[in-house]
Design a protein around this ligand. Structure first.
Ligand code: TYM
Length: 333
């Protein structure tokens, strides 16, 4: 008998250009997981409305995120690649889960507090219940593995709480979802200024985007914060230097990394050379993704076809889950 594959689900908001953090926190795992699991990956357009209510640019952004997903190696024949708003069952499950989520816990969520601070004039209920919608996305497919970066850890913890509450009150319908990364720990890709993480909408000069051209990459890497170098052998690395090594580990060969590690240890390191090398290795990594994404970004028919095919797969799984949910809740009269 065939063993049923574990189910994987994740999403990315179309709020700007994708960057190295999205790649190493999420997309890299998606691409590997598509070979081993049953995967649902989506563009989270509904979530983006909590902070970006203007929809004029949304279509363009959805198309761009989709093309970047494909350019990174996602195969729409292997996974369900779809748009969140195309799956109407999400809204129904979100509604039921909202009755199991408490105001106090939602108000304590770090992302809610951060966003409320950034947009004090628009602290809407959608922003407050953001983790509930995210839980609906995941458990709509009864997924148990959720490839995400470190910043999503708390949302996954909340998802487990909501799942346990549902299962306890209405009967076992959902597995507990958990944040997943192939390495041992969830990833956080730091920004080049060492003052935070790479981000779609903030910190843009210190973030490397998958759409950056070669010159932009060189310029941004060149500006990364460094100092005059260690004065004693085997010195600990300051955070901002650690960050540069971390970025190098993402894209450079072991030989190159070892060369600069050794130079750091014996105080002969020249950060100018290191950044030049890092920029070239980044370009090698980013340029093929950028070119591929550019080639498909404007092909509306192709993207529409993919989204529709993905939505069909996602709807099928969503309908099956919602049948179980209504039954468990006793709403099947
Ligand atoms: P979003 O759009 O902010 O980010 C998409 C993915 O990229 C990861 N990520 C990072 N990883 C490492 N370092 C960084 N600097 C970095 N920046 C972003 C994020 O962790 C994420 O995996 N709430 C989600 C979208 C979402 C979702 C879902 C995710 C909606 N529904 C269901 C999983 C399952 C978000 O805002 O991701």
């Amino acid at each position: 008998m065939a063993v049923k594959k574990q189910i994987v689900m994740s999403g990315i908001r179309p709020t700007g250009f994708l960057h190295l953090g999205n790649y190493f926190g999420a997309l890299r795992n998606y691409v590997r997981m598509q070979e081993e699991y049953e995967c649902f990956f989506m563009v989270a357009d509904l979530h983006s409305l909590t902070t970006h209510p203007d929809t004029k640019e949304l279509k363009l952004n959805v198309h761009r995120v989709l093309s970047e997903n494909i350019a990174c190696g996602l195969d729409p024949d292997k996974v369900a690649l779809y748009c969140q708003s195309h799956i109407h069952e999400t809204a129904e499950l979100y509604l039921y889960l909202n009755m199991l989520a408490y105001k106090g816990e939602l108000e304590k969520t770090t992302t809610f507090k951060d966003k409320a601070r950034l947009q004090p004039d628009n602290v809407n209920a959608g922003l407050l219940t953001y983790p509930v919608l995210q839980t609906a996305d995941i458990i709509l497919h009864r997924a148990s593995l959720v490839p995400v970066g470190k910043d999503q850890e708390q949302h996954l913890e909340m998802a487990r709480n909501f799942v346990n509450r549902f299962n306890h009150r209405y009967g076992e319908v959902f597995p507990e979802p958990r944040a997943f990364n192939y390495g041992s720990e969830l990833v956080k890709v730091p920004s080049l200024d060492g003052a935070g993480k790479m981000s779609k909408s903030e910190n843009q000069l210190a973030t490397l985007y998958l759409s950056d051209d070669d010159e932009q990459i060189r310029k941004k890497v060149k500006k990364a914060k460094t100092d005059t170098g260690p004065s004693k052998p085997h010195s600990p690395k300051p955070d901002y230097i650690e960050n540069i090594f971390l970025l190098m580990k993402l894209v450079s060969s072991e030989e190159i990394i070892n060369k600069f590690e050794n130079a750091y240890t014996n105080c002969t390191i020249r950060y100018g050379d290191m950044k030049e090398q890092l920029a070239e290795d980044m370009i090698q990594f980013i340029s093929p993704i950028r070119e591929k994404a550019n080639a498909i970004r404007n092909d509306e028919n192709y993207l529409k076809e993919i989204m529709e095919k993905g939505a069909e797969k996602a709807r099928k799984s969503a309908r099956a889950t919602m049948k179980l949910v209504r039954q468990a809740m006793g709403l099947n009269y």
